[in-house]
Design a protein around this ligand. Sequence first.
Ligand SMILES: [Zn+2]
Length: 403
Amino acid sequence: MAEGNALVSNIGQLVTNDPARDGLLGVITDATVAVSDGHVVWVGSQEDLPGEWAFLPEIDCRGAAVVPGFVDAHTHLAFAGDRADEFGRRLRGESYEEIMAAGGGIQSTVSATRAASASDLLAVTIPRVKRMMRAGTTTVEIKSGYGLNAETELRLLGTIAAIDDTLPIDVVPTFLGAHTVPPGFDGDAYIDHLVTEVLPLCSPHAAFCDVFCDEGVFTVDQARRMLLAGREHGLGARLHANQLAASGGAQLAAELGAISADHLDHIDDTDMVALREAGTVAVLLPGVSFSMQLPQARGNELWDAGVTVALATDCNPGTSNIETMPFVIALACVEMGLSPERAVWSATRGGALALGLEDRGHILPGALGDFAVLAHPSYLHLAYRPDAPPVERVIKRGDLIPG
Ligand SMILES: [Zn+2]
């Protein structure tokens, strides 16, 4: 990826997330940021800019607010087909069982994805990623998991790699072969198959291994086996945990020192302590609760317990067909009750930590030059104006992304 040079100037309000500055967000007013070779080299008040950086190509923000580029740490956005019909059925009152019996649910996405060629998959995924980028996302995690066989999981990981090569966004690939149990297997037999046949082929193309550990999906023992096998193949552990029930996933994530435990809609105080002590990031997905008309996770209690919290879209065709982080920030504020400061931090620095990426999610010397220039004077507008495009321009490694 090209490494740009820029003087990002006339920033009315700059969110740095720099812990050395005041407040959670380390806000500076009337700020300038200098970016050289894709990395931040100087941050401060406009009038203090050292002369050596004054001649960088200028990006004039005209008084707008600037935040670190969003880091979306949990998506499933490589898939074919959609499930609008299922969404409509659910809103008309049909049960999940009725929808499944009519061929809906995750298996319908698996069927559509297995039938899609590599070029078909890329063609439907690129527009989604472009919409995310336009809304300020500069790093995205993408999971496989709609193949559930070696051939299609590999094709999905190939699509994810092609996105990283094609678009000016950093993509973190995750192997989620254990997304659900496909027909013809029981859970143990499918984990056996994944560990012996699929993981060795897929692991060179992924950074993390993930498992949907929950009631009716994979048990704690099955998830542990999968994540330990992933670790033997060099993959970090992350986990879909406690989404549907208090199913032990959060404790497993802590036990394994997983980098993140995601969803966490059904957790207790003991789970929170375990996550904090393990240093496991809680990735919360308010778009799922919104789309499924369910209660939101206990975001403020996780924050108050000292757990590192991230926010992500969980972009997927079944339970959260939501692509943009500003909308997620609005949901986190209005529906989950996070303060705007906690929400913005969680969507930037929290997301970076959930992916183990120390060099982003904040704006200070050494960080990547990844920024979202808002269409507004304050980060408050991200939640305050949820229906209008809140991001005007996006800068990736010091280069303006073409609109
Ligand atoms: Zn997910």
